[in-house]
Design a protein around this ligand. Structure first.
Ligand SMILES: Cc1cc2nc3c(=O)[nH]c(=O)nc-3n(C[C@H](O)[C@H](O)[C@H](O)COP(=O)(O)OP(=O)(O)OC[C@H]3O[C@@H](n4cnc5c(N)ncnc54)[C@H](O)[C@@H]3O)c2cc1C
Length: 399
């Protein structure tokens, strides 16, 4: 049976996040964006509202809601600003859900529980100066030394680099095996030899922290190996399935924000004796935003449904992420166009939307990578095989 209605719990969640965004983000976001920083207490508030582990089972410190509830949180947060959705994407999508899928019981107790409660912040370190789309080109190494691994290398463009407490870090344990020689590690900021530094001068997501990570002989206990040696590439890709779902959901929120601002302006601004909303070419832009919103939302909730069922959905997630982010980028461009010259200044929020909409077209698989993936699926060059560990299906009684 297909059901497109939200449950009362999901409706309540949406209202909670919307109220939080309207009260605690909207009034300050212009200033945070200008200053290139935000109030870190926002994470405390998100934790108080249980938003840092919304779809993590209660037994691991989360709220035990379904995966589409995570999508709702991401939509509503990005309606406020991309930076806060990005934070949830890396903390919950890329890190916590990966621990839920691949972690041992001890790792879940030690790292997932405090993350789901929002007491600790998680992030995801895959990209390096010479390796973004081409993951197998990473150079960070992890060499076994007794009961530990010694990590050396560098990561770049890492969201929450200067804020997170725990990082999932990908490093070669055996370079000769190419991507099958990559392993995943849980690294703590306090481990000696770890350091981070912010990246300045970003086009968008200015109120969010992005930076570099450095590993100088960081000693990581073998208990912090996630999965098995050589499973890191698969773990990274499955983490991206979760992250991309949240990015796609956030893109829906950005389109909502573009529509809200544009509809308001269409009624306020008059040219040639009528509201600009009466001009057909302006209507075309509004219609394109609406189509983007509805199409993207359906793709996102379909992925949420498949996740709830416990089915692998790499293909559907890639499609949702690609299409939703492209529509959001187009919607933000249209929103600026509708505002004319006023859209070109930060007197209105739409210029921020346009700047923010670009990174999601680049991160978690560029537009080009997703285009190729979709073609390869259709042509039969790519298939998804079952993984050794799967993300748990959502079962209300168990959560
Ligand atoms: C704001 C922000 C936050 C980020 N946060 C994180 C994070 O938290 N953790 C993390 O690990 N990374 C993060 N990233 C990094 C991001 O995931 C990478 O930037 C992304 O994977 C692309 O890699 P790249 O920048 O090296 O581009 P490249 O891989 O060098 O690509 C450059 C261009 O070539 C194209 N291209 C590459 N290969 C192909 C191909 N085979 N066919 C066709 N075209 C191709 C790309 O589409 C792109 O247009 C973040 C990036 C940004 C901008």
């Amino acid at each position: 049976m297909m059901n497109f209605d939200f449950t009362p719990e999901q409706e309540m969640l949406r209202q909670t996040v919307r109220k939080f965004v309207d009260k605690e983000i909207m009034p300050y976001i212009k200033e945070w964006d200008e200053r290139g920083e935000f109030d870190r207490n926002i994470f405390k508030r998100l934790a108080e509202l249980n938003l840092m582990g919304v779809c993590i089972p209660e037994k691991y410190g989360g709220m035990g809601m379904d995966y589409n509830s995570l999508a709702i949180v991401c939509e509503e947060l990005e309606r406020g600003d991309t930076a806060f959705r990005t934070a949830v994407s890396v903390h919950t999508g890329l890190n916590s859900l990966t621990l839920l899928q691949w972690g041992t019981e001890e790792q879940k107790q030690k790292y997932l529980v405090p993350q789901a409660r929002g007491e600790k912040i998680g992030a995801f370190g895959l990209t390096e100066p010479n390796a973004g789309s081409d993951v197998a080109s990473i150079q960070t190494t992890a060499v076994r030394d007794g009961d530990d691994y010694i990590l050396n290398g560098q990561k770049t463009w890492i969201s929450l680099a200067d804020i997170a407490d725990h990082f999932l870090v990908f490093a070669y344990t055996d370079k000769s095996k190419k991507h099958r020689g990559i392993s995943a590690f849980i690294v703590e900021r306090t481990m000696p030899g770890f350091s981070s530094r912010p990246i300045k001068g970003k086009l968008g997501i200015r109120s969010g922290n992005t930076g570099e990570l450095f590993f100088d002989n960081v000693r990581v206990p073998k208990e912090n190996l996630l999965g098995e040696e050589g499973e890191g590439f698969k773990i990274a890709m499955s983490a991206l399935d979760n992250g991309r779902f949240t990015v796609a959901a956030g893109a829906v929120g950005l389109i909502m924000a573009c529509l809200e601002a544009s509809v308001k302006y269409c009624h306020e601004r008059k040219t040639f004796g009528k509201e600009i909303g009466r001009h057909q070419l302006v209507q075309q832009m509004i219609a394109r935003m609406e189509a983007g919103l509805q199409i993207s939302r359906l793709l996102v909730y379909k992925v949420g449904f498949l996740k709830n069922e416990g089915r692998r959905c790499t293909r559907e997630t890639s499609l949702a992420k690609w299409i939703a982010c492209d529509y959001a980028n187009q919607a933000a461009d249209d929103a600026v166009q509708i505002h004319g010259a006023y859209g070109y200044s930060n007197e209105y929020p739409v210029e921020r939307y346009l700047r923010n909409s670009k990174a999601p077209v680049i991160y978690e698989g560029t537009r080009e990578i997703h285009t190729i993936m979709q073609a390869e699926y259709v042509l039969g060059y790519r298939q998804d095989k079952p993984l050794r560990k799967t993300l748990p299906a959502w079962r209300p009684a168990e959560n």
